[in-house]
Design a protein around this ligand. Structure first.
Ligand SMILES: Cc1ncc(COP(=O)(O)O)c(C=O)c1O
Ligand SMILES: N[C@@H](CCOP(=O)(O)O)C(=O)O
Length: 465
């Protein structure tokens, strides 16, 4: 298996190199040269297997033979041993044809753990094999950062720097990032919003001198391995509802488009998926794009689902590349428009290809709050605001015949204020996280300035020359 960049001008890489590269050197995102295929019989053979076994079988083709089977199976097993539910990612029925896929049973209570636990172990493995160290960066609107800090803490081949928007994450999210005692992890509070953090991260990757000097690697979903790991739960949940003999649909609370792109990848690999529904909060750039064909950024609105307060949805680039017939030229032209004017228009044929696979809808903060309250009253199920955004959209968009699986991306206790305001009940952190709110915090506040962040990292990264 080889990987190509959406912008067509970066080296074609194997798995280990893609894992460490993060962003391609031409500014694009890596994708497999071809989608591995699973026949209906091969999918059927996964039924009833434990999650780590399903993951090992589905992900092996992406490794291109670079990690031997026993080692990879052990890494996957160890990754999901950190989850506190025997099914790893269970599904719960909340309506006649509505199911919630709970992705929050990992160490930091968000779906990011599913990929991050695996990513950290894979990076560690590849660095050890090569005798290298890495400086790892990540931008976060709250969840990626905590999951990365938890997964990389104490790993002696990597220094991790997480950029989060100062004052714009929940208290639980902040403490998960700022209270680690590990010397190799660093929380940086950036005076800006998530898009500012993400654009600094991308700028650091595009500064090749800095990138090479510190051995830069990334944990955001710009890193192909993040998407790869997220493909698995589309299969595991669909299998438990009868796949491949019964198609299913998914609704995904969406920000950076990584999670739902993993669903698209699962479909390309042969999983029968009827619809992929993009659910946005008031930051509805993706819903507007599907309606109008124009991707147009607006100022970010702070909502009760802060992890989705995003305008620059990184992985939409991967979809554009695919929908434009894998045209690097079309992708580059769209991305230039975005850089120059904050907008681009999607050509008709590309838009039609996107609309053939995806629907989209938005849920306002009021509708999301009402959905939290209504789902508790009707189904005795307490959803976090991100999950509730998707439930609200799913209930409006579910016109097809297939069962709808709604991705639950965070535990309600990560957002206790919003949940309490909506449902009148304050969710508690699980006992193993009790005491989090009293822990001592350690973080550095920095202006939204690439050079200052680079200098800060250079002076602390142990890989820097
Ligand atoms: C809780 C939660 N839900 C949904 C999302 C959106 O996922 P994606 O960025 O992959 O679209 C995020 C952040 O990424 C998140 O943290
Ligand atoms: N919502 C995310 C934003 C970053 O997304 P990623 O999937 O690209 O890492 C977060 O919680 O940090």
């Amino acid at each position: 298996m080889r990987y190509i960049s959406t912008r067509g001008a970066a080296p074609v890489l194997g798995f280990g190199d893609v894992l460490l590269a993060g962003l391609a050197r031409d500014g694009g995102l890596y994708l497999p040269e071809a989608w591995p295929q699973l026949s209906p019989a091969e999918i059927r053979a996964l039924r009833g297997l434990p999650y780590p076994e399903i993951a090992t079988r589905i992900l092996t083709p992406f490794l291109g033979g670079e990690i031997d089977h026993a080692t990879f199976a052990r890494i996957v097993e160890e990754s999901y041993a950190t989850f506190r539910h025997p099914a790893t990612c269970p599904i719960v029925q909340t309506g006649p044809d509505e199911f919630v896929l709970e992705l929050f049973h990992g160490p930091t209570l968000a779906f990011k753990d599913v990929a991050m636990q695996l990513l950290a172990r894979l990076i560690d493995h590849v660095l050890a094999e090569r005798g290298q160290r890495a400086t790892i960066v990540g931008a976060t609107s709250g969840d990626t950062g905590g999951a990365a800090i938890e997964a990389f803490a104490g790993r002696d081949r990597a220094d991790l720097f997480v950029l989060f928007p100062h004052g714009k994450v929940s208290a639980v999210q902040r403490l998960q990032m700022t209270s680690s005692l590990a010397a190799n992890v660093h929380a940086l509070a950036i005076e800006g919003n998530f898009d500012d953090c993400q654009s600094i991260v991308k700028a650091m990757f595009n500064d090749h001198g800095f990138r090479d000097r510190v051995g830069l690697s990334g944990v955001n979903s710009i890193n192909w391995a993040r998407i790869m790991a997220q493909i698995v739960y589309y299969f595991s949940s669909a299998l438990s509802l009868g796949a491949p003999d019964r198609p299913v649909s998914f609704t995904v609370p969406t920000g950076n488009f990584g999670d739902i792109f993993a669903g698209y990848a699962a479909k390309k690999m042969g999983l029968p998926i009827e619809r992929l529904v993009i659910a946005t909060n008031d930051n509805d750039i993706l819903a507007r794009t599907l309606e109008t064909g124009r991707y147009e950024t607006r100022p970010v609105i702070a909502t009760t689902s802060p992890s989705m307060d995003i305008q620059i949805s990184s992985n939409f680039e991967r979809l554009l590349f695919e929908a434009a017939g894998r045209s690097a030229e079309a992708t580059v032209s769209a991305m230039q428009g975005l850089k120059q004017s904050g907008a681009f228009t999607i050509p008709e044929r590309t838009l039609a290809a996107i609309r053939a696979e995806f629907s989209a809808g938005r849920s306002s903060m009021e509708e999301t709050a009402a959905t939290i309250a209504g789902t508790l009253a009707d189904c005795d199920y307490l959803a976090d605001p991100h999950t509730a955004t998707a439930l609200a959209v799913a209930r409006r968009e579910a016109t097809g015949s297939a069962p709808m699986i709604v991705l639950s991306t965070a535990h309600p206790a990560k957002f206790p204020d919003a949940v309490e305001a909506a449902a009148g009940m304050r969710p508690n952190l699980p006992s193993w996280l009790a005491g989090l709110m009293e822990r001592e915090e350690k973080y550095t506040v920095l202006p939204s300035d690439e050079k200052m962040v680079e200098d800060h990292i250079s002076s602390r990264a142990r890989t820097a020359a």
